[in-house]
Design a protein around this ligand. Structure first.
Ligand code: KG4
Ligand code: ZN
Length: 332
């Protein structure tokens, strides 16, 4: 069964084709326009999806070698995300579903990120603790079996990716902030500044707004001619503080829930320090660690096609009345 996946929840336009155990194509078009504004401008995002989704679909079909008549189902992100962006993907998916006479499968974007771990079989051993860290979400999820989750904890304020983006702005590093901070941190000393690590010792909840403010005050207190010199050290120290909290809580969650493995999901999972520290700490504690390839961490349709394939196999499809759900949560 070949499934087409469509992802347009934010600022990546992406189409993928997945068949039993194999990814056939995954085309991701990144919208450069938002860099100029230091963040995603929703109206520009949906307009760009309208221009590029059909050519992206054509390219994905061409790369996969799949004829449009061979598609057995159309999976699409219906939330959470920007309403205008979601609408573009949903309407194209519905049009395809009707014209091809195949089922529509609405996919929760957060669950899609989790499914990135299962694009290459067999994926992490279950039950697994999954740290979902993106621009919009930071949560610890226990994957009991595929499709069945327990939310262990989440952020009380900013998402981890949002903190990277905001701190990058304070440091004048541009957007998106995650990759910019990682690059700057490569030349810095991670022990230069001792930034706060919220709730490090307790529970599974996160908070990243305090560290963002701490970075702002730290920079303000430096004489103006000194600030540039300290950017690498501040970036490295900020990255270390965030990664320490994420890794500590993930390993503790795995120990306390009796999980067999730990996996990562979402754009921040591209961060090399996070990947390496998690591997080091979790393997030391006896857990298998599973990290999706970087291109499956940031938004992509491969993860959506993979999740849709799973639900189609189970016979769980969506009605054509499915609408966008901008604030959708993970069903847990
Ligand atoms: O999952 P994603 O593509 O979109 C959402 O669903 O939010 O995640 C985007 C987020 C952005 O905040 C971006 O700054 C962050 O992921 N990110 C990173 C890295 N690459 C992307 N954060 C830290 N280090 C990175 N290398
Ligand atoms: Zn995402």
């Amino acid at each position: 069964m070949t499934v087409l996946g469509i992802e347009t929840s934010c600022d990546e336009t992406s189409v993928a084709l997945y068949t039993d155990g194999h990814l056939l194509a995954n085309v991701v078009l990144y919208q450069v326009i938002h860099e100029r504004y230091g963040g995603v401008v929703p109206e520009y995002a949906s307009r760009a999806h309208m221009r590029t989704l059909i050519p992206t679909l054509e390219l994905a079909l061409e790369k996969s070698g799949v004829g449009i008549g061979e598609i057995g189902g159309v999976g699409v992100t219906y939330g959470p995300g920007l309403v205008g962006s979601l609408l573009v993907g949903l309407n194209v998916a519905k049009g395809l579903s009707v014209s091809l006479g195949v089922p529509l499968i609405g996919v929760n974007h957060i669950e899609g990120h989790i499914f990135a771990n299962f694009i290459r079989e067999p994926g992490p051993a279950l039950p697994a603790v999954c740290l979902v860290v993106s621009g919009g979400h930071t949560q610890l999820v226990l994957i009991k079996t595929l499709g069945e989750y327990e939310l262990l904890g989440k952020t009380r304020d900013d998402a981890a990716g949002e903190a990277f983006d905001k701190v990058a702005r304070v440091l004048g590093l541009g957007y998106p902030g995650g990759p910019a901070i990682e690059r700057a941190a490569a030349d810095g000393d991670p022990n230069a500044v001792d930034f706060p690590k919220a709730f490090l010792e307790e529970g599974y909840e996160f908070s990243f707004s305090g560290i963002k403010t701490a970075v702002l005050y730290h920079m303000r207190e430096l004489p103006e001619n000194e600030r540039r010199k300290h950017v690498a050290d501040v970036a490295a120290s900020f990255q270390k503080a965030v990664v320490d909290v994420l890794v500590e809580k993930s390993v503790r969650a795995a120990q306390e829930t009796g999980a067999r493995s730990i996996c990562l999901a979402g754009g921040v999972a591209r961060n090399r320090r996070l990947r390496q520290e998690l591997e080091r700490r979790a393997q030391g504690a006896g857990f298998e660690v599973f990290v999706p390839a970087p291109e499956f961490c940031t938004d992509n349709a491969a993860m959506i096609a993979r999740a849709a394939h799973f639900y189609l196999e189970q016979g769980r499809t969506s009605p054509l009345t499915l609408g966008p759900a901008p604030s959708l949560n993970l069903a847990a």
